[in-house]
Design a protein around this ligand. Sequence first.
Ligand code: FES
Length: 81
Amino acid sequence: MPINIKIRDNGPYLVEGEFTLTDAQGNPVEVKKAALCRCGGSTMKPFCDGTHSKIGFKGANEAVQESDPAAAHSSGGTSST
Ligand code: FES
């Protein structure tokens, strides 16, 4: 089953499908479905604990195409305003 990641409105990333999450110590955790925090406020990171609702988190809801690092480098790495 492919992994699907869905962005919840002003909430976590919902990840569906079996995957291995590796913690900072290198310990693998097998996961089938998870809500991963993207607001930074969870006390159960990397998992969502609902804090996003309490702090009024407003997140981007559209995926943005990753910029081309080579193009950024050739233009000095800055963007126009
Ligand atoms: S996204 Fe839910 S606690 Fe951060």
